[in-house]
Design a binder for this molecule. Structure first.
Ligand code: PHE
Length: 359
């Protein structure tokens, strides 16, 4: 009786050995163990046997069933080993080949400059704030004490956007100062913010671009006075240009949103047409500043009898050009890779004090 099982076993051996793809192995499995498979059919006949004979034949059939499974599994494994051996035999990896050059990306000088400015003011407790590029007339001008018909509006070369009848006039912001207004409307003093961002004026030559960047600063509390403004900006200029004794001068000026106002100059020399930041007997203007005009505080809902503070704004391209000797502002936006490789920064050169990580 067990003879027929021996016969099946040898047929299995032959079929398994001949199966050389996973599909062929599966066909063998179905042939023996599928719903109508040969062993399955034999299992169905067990019920007709006497109990003793059924027990013995049942055990034999079950053993045969597990044998089929393990035989086929072994076959599958040997096929995939073979395939791997074949790949390992044919693929060659030549460790003597020279490496492929990797091109490292560079940080644009504007990104680098923003990181540096934010790091320096971050150390002084300023936090970054942002505002929209498209502003309404009120935030860009009126709230900053520049009413309609004010001559300062003419000096800004504003891009006005086509307006909807009845809707407030909108502009591409001409400076980052509207973010002062937005911040004062939302936050209660004390306020210490720094605002890097894009600004727009209809102007284009070697030192002007219709789109450029500014960084704005605003500090409001109950006691900050002009001496703090001076100390803060002197420290900033010396840290940014990396010159400890850099001469810094405050020159009286006028902005509608600050009173008194001062323009800030740093010492430089221009011997033989070559500009050198630091010593020398010449001055270079780098930013505008002043004590926030009480009218601006009131426009933003801040009690000007209780609070005061200072604000400043500077052009990022300008300070980047001065620090790194970049002669033409328009080149910042030409996306010339040779220029970027030359003036760009490796990511590792971002100062470690960014985000106050310095111990
Ligand atoms: N918003 C001024 C400008 O664009 C700069 C400035 C900001 C001056 C804050 C004083 C205070 O020229």
């Amino acid at each position: 009786m067990a003879d027929d099982l021996d016969a099946i076993r040898s047929e299995l051996d032959a079929a398994a050995a001949a199966a050389d793809t996973t599909a062929a192995i599966e066909a063998v499995r179905i042939d023996f163990l599928g719903r109508k498979g040969r062993i399955t059919e034999l299992l169905k006949t067990l019920g007709a046997l006497a109990p003793d004979a059924r027990r013995e034949r049942g055990a034999n059939l079950n053993r045969l069933k597990t044998d089929v499974e393990s035989r086929l599994e072994a076959r599958r494994r040997s096929l995939s080993d073979q395939a791997l051996d074949q790949r390992l035999g044919s693929e060659r990896f030549d460790v003597t080949l020279p490496t492929r050059p990797e091109s490292e990306g560079r940080l644009h000088p504007i990104s680098q400059t923003i990181d540096e400015v934010v790091a320096i003011f971050g150390e002084m407790g300023f936090q970054v704030a942002e505002g929209p590029d498209i502003e309404d007339d009120w935030h860009n001008f009126t709230a900053l004490n520049i009413p309609p018909e004010h001559p300062a509006r003419q000096t800004m070369d504003t891009f006005y956007l086509p307006g909807q009848p009845g809707a407030p006039k909108t502009v591409l912001r001409t400076h980052t100062s509207p973010v002062q207004v937005r911040t004062m409307k939302i936050l209660k003093p004390p306020i210490r913010i720094i605002v890097p961002g894009r600004t727009f004026r209809s102007d284009s030559d070697a030192t002007h671009s219709p789109m450029f960047h500014q960084v704005e600063g605003l500090l409001i509390d109950e006691t900050t006075h002009f001496g703090h403004l001076k100390g803060c900006l002197i420290d900033f200029c010396r840290a940014f240009f990396g010159i400890d004794n850099l001469p810094v001068r405050f020159r009286p000026s006028y902005f509608p949103f600050t009173e008194p106002s001062a323009e800030v100059d740093i010492g430089c020399s221009r011997k033989g047409g070559e500009l050198k930041i630091g010593g020398g007997d010449d001055w270079l203007e780098i930013l505008g500043s002043g004590m926030v005009n009480p009218k601006v505080l009131e426009n933003c809902g801040i009690d000007s009898t209780k609070y005061q503070g200072f604000a400043f704004g500077m052009g990022l391209e300008r300070i980047a050009m001065l620090k790194h000797g970049i002669p033409d502002l328009r080149t910042f936006y030409e996306s010339d890779l040779r220029w970027l490789r030359h003036y760009g920064f490796s990511e590792l050169s971002v100062p470690s004090m960014v985000l106050g990580l310095e111990p």
